[in-house]
Design a protein around this ligand. Structure first.
Ligand SMILES: C[S@@+](CC[C@H](N)C(=O)[O-])C[C@H]1O[C@@H](n2cnc3c(N)ncnc32)[C@H](O)[C@@H]1O
Length: 336
């Protein structure tokens, strides 16, 4: 992503202007360089017209805020230190907070809801989080406070995403991954995204890059929300998105190959050879892997590449903790 180089004395004013124009990249830290400051900006053609020096500099990402810390502070004094220890990280999706309530905190639900509303006064719903279920990976939620709905609009990476947590998968914690992929993509690419859900990856990539995306999703509710999301963001997107309702295992063999394939694979599904067979230059393949099996996972991908007569380079990146010793990972596969 680019940065703008400005004199230190002008930096605050320029930063304010960039924010007003929606061009400042708040996910990155600015950097001092002598009498100058490098300000992080998003990749947008309007940057060139501002009259500042634009440099291709990778400024570091700000660490993800550990949002539960604030909740812990607010609840200190209302919950015992032992009870505070049971608080888990939670997510805010649009105006809905979703939180896991361990058994040890069941009797303090009212205080937890009070704390969440204190930290996030805009909340309209608080829901208790269960587990992902079935092929569509929909979580089981129960509403513990507020309006009786799980539908909302979530904002991330400069796009609006309509979600219905009761009907379609959505994980706000992948926003950093979506941004990482959007940065790797080049204008002009043709991209395939199977298992596309309500289209978070497609929207973020198309927000920043002038690309052609084909996305595939089997869950009819997710598909319909995805179509609404294309409409909702139409003025923001630089790229185009074609969305197909269907089973990736039936649809992909009928499609051509693409410069890049992004596979947010549902847990327990093996779509490696399917997705690799559609990728010409890059495959980003998400999976859940035990730490002791990371190397054999990499070897398996190299083996699949050899079967297809391709020479690949594979880097496996840990994306998040899933359960003790098991990680959600992304294999970035460069296809030779
Ligand atoms: C892990 S979720 C990822 C969704 C989305 N990419 C996201 O990150 O929010 C996997 C998605 O694959 C969809 N899915 C499951 N099996 C499928 C299949 N055979 N063909 C197409 N989509 C499928 C599920 O409905 C779900 O939306």
């Amino acid at each position: 992503m680019p940065a703008i180089r400005v004199e230190k004395r002008e930096a605050e004013g320029v930063k304010r202007r960039l924010k007003k124009l929606g061009l400042y990249d708040g996910k990155r830290r600015p950097r001092r360089e002598g009498d100058f400051v490098l300000l992080p900006v998003i990749d947008d053609p309007r940057i060139e017209g501002l009259g500042h020096e634009v440099l291709p500099v990778e400024l570091p990402l700000r660490p993800e805020r550990q949002i539960y810390k604030n909740l812990e502070d607010v609840l200190r004094g209302r919950l015992s230190e032992e009870e505070l220890g049971y608080l888990r990280r939670y997510d805010v999706i649009g105006d809905i907070a979703v939180i896991q309530i361990p058994q040890e905190l069941e009797h303090r639900v009212e205080e937890v809801v009070w704390g969440l509303r204190k930290v996030h006064p805009f909340l309209k719903v608080v829901a208790k989080k269960g587990f992902h279920e079935g092929a569509f990976r929909i979580r089981d939620y129960s509403i513990i406070w507020g309006e009786k709905r799980l539908k909302t609009v979530h904002r991330e990476n400069g796009v609006e995403i309509k979600v219905d947590l009761g009907k379609a998968f959505f994980n706000p914690r992948m926003k950093g991954e979506r941004y990482r992929l959007a940065k790797l993509v080049q204008d002009g690419e043709r991209i395939l995204i199977p298992f596309a859900g309500v289209l978070p990856y497609a929207l973020v990539i198309a927000r920043y890059k002038k690309v052609e995306i084909t996305a595939v999703e089997l869950n009819r509710d997710a598909y319909e929300l995805g179509l609404e999301n294309i409409e909702l963001n139409s003025k923001r997107l630089r790229g185009k998105i074609e969305f197909i309702h269907g089973d990736a295992f039936e649809v992909l063999p009928e499609l051509p190959s693409y410069d890049r394939v992004v596979s947010p694979t549902p847990r327990g599904v093996d779509a490696l050879s399917l997705t690799l067979s559609r990728a010409e230059r890059w495959l980003h393949y998400y999976d859940f892997v035990h730490e002791a099996k990371l190397e054999s996972f990499r070897e398996r991908i190299l083996g699949e590449c050899r079967k297809l007569g391709r020479n690949c380079g594979v880097k496996v990146k840990r994306v998040s903790d899933f359960k003790p010793h098991v990680f959600k990972v992304c294999a970035d596969v460069r296809i030779g």
